[in-house]
Structures are given as structure tokens and as C-alpha cells.
Design a protein around this ligand. Structure first.
Ligand SMILES: NC(=O)c1ccc[n+]([C@@H]2O[C@H](COP(=O)([O-])OP(=O)(O)OC[C@H]3O[C@@H](n4cnc5c(N)ncnc54)[C@H](OP(=O)(O)O)[C@@H]3O)[C@@H](O)[C@H]2O)c1
Length: 283
């Protein structure tokens, strides 16, 4: 089985690359500037030349606030780029695995989101990702779309890195208490994605660690597990006057994928502890 990994320099792409190397899996990897998913001819040449059995798309434009002003780039990467990849997967008979987000939801539901719940994005990043999902549904009959949330791994653009930087710069950090979702590790996402591919799962699923938390609770847990002295104060997300609206409660249930695979996905706190142990052993 041959894999093509798109977006291999991002945090999720890096985790897949490490997994493939460790398990001697046949793959090629690509990212900007070698491959721009918004360029149809480049994607055609890449998939047409390598003819992978499976394309794993980890590329994305993830700058939620910047997306409110620069609307073209998220559409180009998260919608048109995904349509290019989906169209060419059909042309070359490759199976597409793609990642989407909890930000397709408006966050107004008072309980966990399931796959059957209707998306209603409230910011432009969420809209561009939802349109990407629809592009896949239009181009392909068989695919794997996995919605993930609050992703962290060995990257530079996640909440853990931001929180560590704030903790070094200041004594007190204000963190939103009215933004709730599921911190999810790239390790969990890669392990469950690979099992899903190996078991022939097809469709759209929610893939998160188990449970949920506010950003404030996540920060408190980081403080506790890392033994930091910083004061963590609860705040309302509106206080930060961010350009993009955030869903208030976008936690998703992983029940469907867990049941189909017969697995139990670790709770977010337990997985965070595992990750921080690995992180500490590498630093
Ligand atoms: N991070 C989260 O909290 C989160 C939450 C929910 C869903 N997700 C989804 O999970 C997936 C993986 O996210 P991640 O955190 O690993 O993202 P990431 O670290 O930002 O990685 C995305 C990669 O895609 C690359 N890229 C950007 N534009 C591209 C283009 N036109 N052509 C090819 N590659 C391009 C980026 O390159 P540059 O760095 O050079 O731009 C980067 O290497 C994405 O689908 C994302 O939307 C993430």
C-alpha cells in the first residue's frame, strides 16, 4: 500500500511521517513550497505520477483570526485545494483521507455534537473547512473525513506552545472559560486514522480524545502537569476582542468511530499526560 502525505510539515503531518517511518510504510511526503494544493496542475502531476493507494491530506490554512480578513487564502487551501485533491483522487483511483474541524458547528448545542448534527459555521475558517467537506462529498463516493478539535502535537502553532510562552513572559494568564471543546493529540489522531484505514472505514466521523474541557480547564491542567507557577485566571472569550467568533461549545462525541472500531479512545487528560512525558523526554 502506497501513501501520499500532503501537508507533511504541519503538526499532524509530522506525526504521520514519524508513524510511517517507524512502521516501514511506503510513502512520499509533500508540503509547501513543493506542492501547493490550490494549484490543480501541481496536484495532478503529484497524484498522477505517484498513483498512491491512499492520499492523506493534512494541509490546511488554520489561522482562524486572519481568515476573517484574508478570505481568499482559506478558500483557496481549505475548499479549492480540497476539491482539487478529491477530484484527482477520483481520476487516479486513490482513497482520500481528509481532516476537518469542530468549527463547522455554531456551538449553540447544549450537549456533544454527533455526525448527524447540522453544521452552521460562525467564522470564515469554519466555513472554508465545511465547504471543503462538501467538495469531497460531491467528488467522491468513498472517502474518510475525520473532524478533529483543539489539536496538539510536536508543532509550534498550538495552545500548549502558546500557553508555555505566555507563562514565561508573564505572572498571570487570562484564559477563556466559555470556550469548550476537546484537546486532542496528533498521536491519538494518527493511531485511530491508521486503524480506520486498515479496517476499511468509509464516511465522515468525529475523532477526538474523550471528554471535554474549557480552555481555562485545559490551561489549569497544563499548569498542574508541568508544575508551572503562573496564575491562571478565568476570562470571557469576548474580552479578547478576537476578529473571529468562536463556537462556545463545540465538543464532539467520538462514540461512532469508537464503536465501529471496537476501541476506547483515551480521555484528554490522560493523553495530555502521555504527550507531556514524551515531550519532556525529548527536551
Ligand atoms: N490545529 C488545530 O487545532 C486544528 C483543529 C481542528 C482541525 N484541524 C485540522 O487538522 C488538520 C491538521 O492541522 P495541523 O494543526 O496539523 O495544521 P498545520 O500544523 O497548520 O499544518 C498544515 C500544513 O499545511 C501546509 N499548507 C498551507 N497551505 C498549503 C497549500 N496551499 N498547499 C499545501 N500545503 C499547505 C502548511 O504550510 P505552512 O505552515 O507553510 O502554511 C502546514 O505545513 C487540518 O485539516 C486542520 O484544519 C486542526
Amino acid at each position: 500500500m502506497k501513501y501520499l502525505l500532503i501537508g507533511s510539515l504541519g503538526q499532524l503531518g509530522t506525526e504521520f511521517k514519524n508513524y510511517f517511518q517507524k512502521n516501514n510504510i511506503d510513502f512520499i511526503e509533500t508540503d509547501l513550497p513543493t506542492l501547493d494544493v490550490g494549484n490543480f496542475d501541481d496536484v495532478d502531476t503529484m497524484i498522477g505520477t505517484f498513483k498512491p493507494d491512499v492520499v492523506i491530506n493534512c494541509s490546511a490554512y488554520n489561522y482562524v483570526d486572519q481568515a476573517e480578513n484574508d478570505r481568499w487564502t482559506p478558500i483557496r487551501v481549505n475548499t479549492i485545494g480540497v476539491r482539487n485533491i478529491a477530484y484527482l483522487c477520483r481520476k487516479y483511483n486513490s482513497f482520500l483521507v481528509h481532516f476537518s474541524t469542530d468549527y463547522v458547528f455554531d456551538g449553540e448545542k447544549p450537549s456533544l455534537y454527533f455526525e448527524e448534527d447540522k453544521p452552521n459555521p460562525i467564522n470564515f475558517y469554519g466555513l472554508s473547512k465545511f465547504l471543503g467537506e462538501l467538495s469531497i462529498l460531491e467528488e467522491l463516493e468513498e472517502y474518510l473525513i475525520l473532524r478533529v478539535s483543539w489539536l496538539y502535537g510536536f508543532g509550534t502553532q498550538n495552545f500548549i506552545v502558546k500557553f508555555l510562552n505566555w507563562s514565561e513572559e508573564t505572572d498571570t494568564v487570562r484564559v477563556s472559560i466559555d470556550e469548550i471543546s476537546v484537546p486532542t493529540s496528533t498521536r491519538t489522531v494518527v493511531a485511530v486514522t491508521m486503524k480506520s484505514i486498515n479496517e476499511g472505514l468509509v464516511g465522515l466521523f468525529h475523532l477526538t480524545n474523550s471528554g471535554y474541557a474549557s480552555r481555562f480547564e485545559w490551561a489549569l491542567e497544563l499548569k498542574k502537569q508541568l508544575g508551572l507557577r503562573v496564575n491562571v485566571i478565568p476570562a470571557k472569550v469576548d474580552e479578547f476582542q478576537l476578529p473571529a467568533k468562536r463556537p462556545k461549545f463545540s465538543a464532539m462525541s467520538n462514540q461512532k468511530i469508537s464503536d465501529l472500531l471496537g476501541i476506547s479512545i483515551p480521555p484528554w487528560r490522560e493523553e495530555l499526560e502521555n504527550f507531556l512525558n514524551i515531550f519532556a523526554s525529548k527536551n
